[in-house]
Design a protein around this ligand. Structure first.
Ligand code: PLP
Length: 387
């Protein structure tokens, strides 16, 4: 039985070309980039080239790219590092109720240190209101942190309009965007979109785990949150993850090289999945815009009324289909998903929601298999739960 992996918002398969490059770095070019000999210089060259390539993909300057250990660290560095550097300007921060725990828990930490946090709600499509954002901004506001693509339902915030609004009200307020689920799926240009800080993670883009990046506009003041040997201009100490950095840059190049073709394919697959799955009785998809657009190309949140997500997940797994229950990142806790709650789903629907997340390696046949499993099990399971 072939694996049908549809959990790409949790993590992705590393491109074989990326794994090969990383293997070369691990076994041949394994020098410490801070060493002064040839092996060190070779390692430093990988970092320099990767930084230039990633900066180019965002149309920013090389010196505005900082490497971290993951998306979570990038979010923490942006939010906590910025708050620490700018606390004397004000102690109010705005975010949304549907952020990833990497943002929500960084906010919680700051609130315990005396910052006031406003959490914007969303409509049933998972989108914030620009008017509510406008009303929430006060002279005390120093930072707005809003995710680009939501990891559970794939809603896409209008980050260009948000950036424009914030800067019109007060150019001094920094705008951070968690782009962990959107980098590689959208073209993102921070300078054009008024974004001061942007978080990206390697393992969501067919790169390795354990690597992330944070773009910081050169005019934005951020304090480091990790202290040590002074690497990366003292902003993020610690010996650089050379293989991870080079791997993430190659994965990004591979994605953006075939961008238009791949994204069109993903949208076609997403539409195919939605059409097929919603033809099953009492099955609905969450957070799809009513205006005919499709949200992010890869995430589909599906509620199968009356059947618990774990049961569906394991039925699918028996046929080699891998999906997740709500958000993979929140399965450690048994609290209901904040995103699904925020878009207005009731408890029963939240417990009956699974997430399909696609990659360019998926096919229509994969979707046929997944949907046929649901077609087979859903009536059976419903009969069982209704007895
Ligand atoms: N932000 C979002 C929107 C995510 O989906 C994730 C991971 O799922 C993260 C941040 C955390 O990234 P990482 O797993 O690299 O720490």
């Amino acid at each position: 039985m072939r694996d049908i992996y549809m959990d790409n918002s949790a993590t992705t398969m590393v491109f074989p070309e990326v794994a090969a490059l990383m293997n070369k770095i691990y076994t041949e070019d394994y020098g410490n980039p801070s060493s002064m000999h040839m092996k060190g210089i070779t390692a430093e060259r990988y970092i320099k080239d990767a930084r230039a390539s990633l900066a180019k993909s965002l149309k920013v300057s090389d010196k505005e790219i900082f490497f971290t250990s993951c998306g979570t660290e990038s979010d923490n560095m942006a939010i906590i590092g910025y708050a620490k550097a700018n606390a004397r300007k004000g102690k109010h921060i705005i975010t949304t109720a549907i952020e990833h725990p990497a943002v929500l828990n960084a906010m919680k930490e700051l609130s315990e240190e005396g910052f006031r946090i406003t959490y914007l709600g969303v409509n049933e499509e998972g989108i914030i209101s620009l008017d509510e954002l406008k009303d929430a901004i006060t002279p005390e506001t120093i930072l707005v942190s809003i995710m680009h693509v939501n990891n559970e339902i794939g809603s896409v915030q209008p980050i260009d309009k948000i950036g424009e609004l914030i800067k019109k009200i007060n150019p001094d307020i920094a705008f951070h965007v968690d782009a962990v689920q959107s980098y590689g799926k959208f073209r993102i240009y921070p300078k054009k979109m008024n974004i001061d800080m942007l978080s990206v993670s390697g393992h969501k883009i067919h790169g390795p785990k354990g690597i992330g990046l944070l773009y910081i506009n050169e005019k934005t003041k951020v304090k480091p949150i990790i202290f040590g040997g002074g690497q990366q201009n003292g902003m993020r100490s610690g010996t650089e993850n050379v293989a991870g950095i080079a791997g993430m840059a190659l994965a990004s190049e591979m994605l953006y090289d075939k961008f238009d073709e791949d994204i069109a394919k993903l949208y076609e697959l997403k539409k195919y999945l939605i059409d097929k799955v919603t033809s099953i009785e009492d099955v609905s998809v969450n957070g799809i815009p009513k205006d005919g657009t499709m949200g992010a190309p890869h995430v589909i949140s599906v509620t199968v009324k009356g059947i618990r997500s774990e049961v569906m997940l394991h039925s699918l797994e028996e046929s080699g289909v891998y999906v997740s229950a709500g958000s993979a990142c929140s399965t450690h806790k048994r609290t209901p998903s904040a995103t699904l709650t925020a878009i207005g789903l009731d408890k029963g629907s939240i417990e009956s929601t699974i997430r399909f997340s696609l990659s360019i390696f998926n096919t229509k046949e994969d979707i046929d298999t997944a949907v046929s499993v649901l077609e087979k099990y859903v009536p059976m399971l419903r009969k069982y739960t209704r007895r």
